[in-house]
Design a protein around this ligand. Structure first.
Ligand code: ADP
Ligand code: GLC
Length: 486
C-alpha cells in the first residue's frame, strides 16, 4: 500500500507543534502494517538545508506563477518529496507568519500549491510513482482532496486528518479563479464556506474519509461549540468520520536513552529523575528542588488555557509549588509569565522561544505538567509526560480526557490512576487540581506508583497505526466495511 502524506510540517525537518510530531512518526509506525508512506512537505529553508542529497524528480515552470522542483530523497529516516519553490517557501522564521507577526499574505497560494502538487502526484505527475491514497493533514493540505474530487479521477482515494478545527485556512472568494478548480467547486459541496473559501472545509467535504486525532474530539466537533460552523458537515457524513488517538515516537521519546536528559532513567530508577529536576531548576533560575515542580511546554495561547494558569500562579506558589514555563505565543501571555516570574523570584521561571532538548529535559525532571486546555484535539505533551514520569494535570477535554486517568479514590485504589483531570476548566478548578496534585505528591510512595503507571501506559502508535492502515485498506477496496473485525 502506497500512501502520500501531505503536511506543512514534519519532524525532524520542521516543527511548530504536534502536527509535525504526528506527520514525522506515522510513516515509521505504518511500516509494519504494510503501508509505505512518503511525505510531501514545503521546501522551507530548514528543510532544504537537509535535502542536499535529494534527487530532482520533476520540474514545474508554472506552479501558480512560480518555478518549482520536486526533490525526492530519504532524510532522517523519512521518505520525502520536497516542494522546492523558493518564491513561496524560502523565507526566514516561522512557516506561516512573517517577521511582523502576521500571516504571509500569499498563504493561500503557498498551500494551494502544496495541495495541487499532492493531487497531481496522485494523478501521476512523477513517472513510476502512483500512491493509492493521499492523506492530507490540516488546512494547509485541505485542497488536495478537492483537486482530486474535481479531477473526476476515481482511483486515488483521499483522507483528511483534522488536527485542529480552529485553523480553517479561510480566504476571500476572490482567490477562487486562481485556484485551478472548475466553477462548480465554488459550492457547498466544494471549497465555499460562508461566502469565502476554507481549505479545511474543502478537505473535510471532499475527502473520502475524515479523521481527527482523538475519539472525544471527534464527538466534540459534532457540536456547535467545538465544530465552529463545520458540525453540520460532520454530522451529515458521520459514518465516514473517525477519531483515532495520536501516539508518540517511543524511541525518540525514551527516558532510558534520551540524549537530552542529564540523567537517563527507567521505571526502576525513577528516583534518578531528581538529577534532571536540579538541571531544570538551574536553567530556570529556581532557588531549589524541594517540593513539587510543575511545568508547561506549550504554545502560549488561549486554546491552551494559559490565561487560566496565570490566574492560578499565586495559588500554586502559596501551596509550596514551583513552576517553569517553556513556550512562545501571544505577547500578553509571555509578558504575564515574565511578570509572574518577577513576582515570585526563585519559584517561577519562564524561557520563551522554542527549545526541543529543553522540552525533553523538563519532561524528564519536573514532577507534573499542567495542560489546562480549553479544547485539545489530542495533545502530545501529556503523552510525553506519561512516558517520562511527569504526571499530567489536564482539563477533561478532547484527547486529554482520552489519555489520562484521573486519580479519584476509585482509580487510586484500583491502581489505575495516571494523572489529575479536572473540569469545568476555570482558574479556581485549576487551582484545586494543583492543590490535589500537591496532596498526591506528598505521599511519596503513592506518587511514585502513579509515575510508574504512567511510564508503563501504552502511548505508542501501535494500535492507532493499525487503525489508519485499516482505513486505507477500506478506502482502496482491500477490505470491506462489513468485515467483522472492522
Ligand atoms: P499543539 O500542536 O496544539 O501545539 P501538542 O501537544 O499536540 O499541541 O504538540 C505540541 C508539541 O510542540 C509537543 O511536541 C511539545 O513538546 C512541543 N512544544 C510546544 N512548545 C514548545 C517549545 N516552546 N519548545 C519546545 N517544544 C515545544
Ligand atoms: C494540533 C492540536 C493538538 C494535537 C496536534 C497533533 O496541533 O492542537 O491537540 O495533538 O495537532 O495531532
Amino acid at each position: 500500500m502506497e500512501v502520500l502524506s501531505v503536511a506543512s510540517e514534519v519532524y525532524p525537518l520542521i516543527k511548530t507543534g504536534g502536527l509535525a510530531d504526528v506527520a514525522g512518526a506515522l510513516p515509521g509506525a505504518l511500516g509494519p502494517h504494510g503501508v509505505s508512506m512518503r511525505t510531501l512537505a514545503p521546501g522551507y529553508p530548514a528543510v532544504m538545508a537537509k535535502m542536499k542529497r535529494g534527487r530532482v524528480v520533476r520540474e514545474l515552470d508554472d506552479l501558480f506563477g512560480v518555478r518549482a522542483k520536486l526533490i525526492a530523497g530519504r532524510v532522517d529516516g523519512l521518505d520525502v518529496v520536497i516542494l522546492d519553490a523558493p518564491q513561496l517557501y524560502d523565507r526566514p522564521g516561522n512557516p506561516y507568519v512573517g517577521p511582523d507577526g502576521w500571516d504571509w499574505p500569499d498563504n493561500w497560494k503557498r498551500f494551494a500549491a502544496l495541495s495541487w502538487v499532492a493531487a497531481e502526484l496522485g494523478l501521476g505527475l512523477v513517472e513510476g510513482y502512483r500512491p493509492q491514497v493521499i492523506h492530507a493533514h490540516d488546512w494547509q493540505a485541505g485542497l488536495a482532496p478537492a483537486y482530486i474530487k474535481f479531477s473526476g479521477n476515481q482511483h486515488v482515494k483521499t483522507m483528511m486528518t483534522v488536527h485542529n478545527m480552529a485553523f480553517k485556512g479561510f480566504f476571500g472568494a476572490d482567490i477562487f479563479t486562481q485556484l485551478r478548480l472548475p466553477p462548480q467547486a465554488f459550492s457547498v459541496h466544494g471549497v465555499e464556506f460562508y461566502g469565502g473559501i476554507s481549505y479545511l472545509k474543502a478537505g473535510m467535504e471532499c475527502a473520502d474519509f475524515v479523521t481527527t486525532v482523538s475519539p472525544s474530539y471527534a464527538d466534540e466537533i459534532r457540536t456547535p461549540a467545538f465544530g465552529v460552523g463545520l458540525e453540520g458537515l460532520l454530522n451529515a457524513r458521520s459514518d465516514t468520520v473517525f477519531g483515532i488517538l495520536n501516539g508518540i515516537d517511543t524511541s525518540a521519546w525514551n527516558p532510558a536513552t534520551d540524549p537530552a536528559l542529564v540523567q537517563n532513567f527507567s521505571t526502576n530508577t525513577i528516583h534518578m529523575r531528581r538529577v534532571n529536576k536540579r538541571a531544570v531548576a538551574d536553567q530556570f533560575g529556581l532557588d531549589g528542588v524541594d517540593g513539587p515542580l510543575f511545568c508547561v511546554v506549550s504554545r502560549l495561547t488561549d486554546q491552551k488555557g494559559m490565561d487560566l494558569l496565570l490566574e492560578a500562579v499565586d495559588g500554586l506558589v502559596a501551596g509550596g509549588g514551583r513552576l517553569v514555563v517553556l513556550g512562545s505565543g501571544e505577547a500578553h501571555l509571555e509578558d504575564g509569565f515574565s511578570r509572574a516570574a518577577a513576582q515570585h523570584p526563585g519559584k517561577v521561571g519562564i524561557i520563551t522561544g522554542y527549545n526541543e532538548p529543553l522540552s525533553h529535559l523538563m519532561q524528564g525532571g519536573c514532577d507534573a505538567i499542567l495542560i489546562p486546555s480549553r479544547f485539545e484535539p489530542c495533545g502530545l505533551t501529556q503523552l510525553y509526560g506519561l512516558r517520562y514520569g511527569c504526571v499530567p494535570v489536564v482539563s477533561r477535554i478532547g484527547g486529554l480526557a482520552d489519555t489520562v486517568i484521573h486519580a479519584n479514590p476509585a482509580a487510586l485504589s484500583a491502581e489505575v490512576a495516571t494523572g489529575v483531570v479536572f473540569d469545568p476548566n476555570s482558574a479556581p478548578m485549576l487551582v484545586e487540581a494543583i492543590r490535589k496534585t500537591m496532596h498526591l505528591y506528598a505521599d511519596e510512595k503513592r506518587w511514585k506508583k502513579m509515575q510508574r503507571r504512567g511510564m508503563k501506559s501504552d502511548v505508542s502508535w501501535d494500535t492507532s497505526a493499525a487503525r489508519y492502515a485499516d482505513l486505507y485498506a477500506t478506502l482502496t477496496g482491500l477490505k470491506t466495511n462489513d468485515d467483522p473485525d472492522n
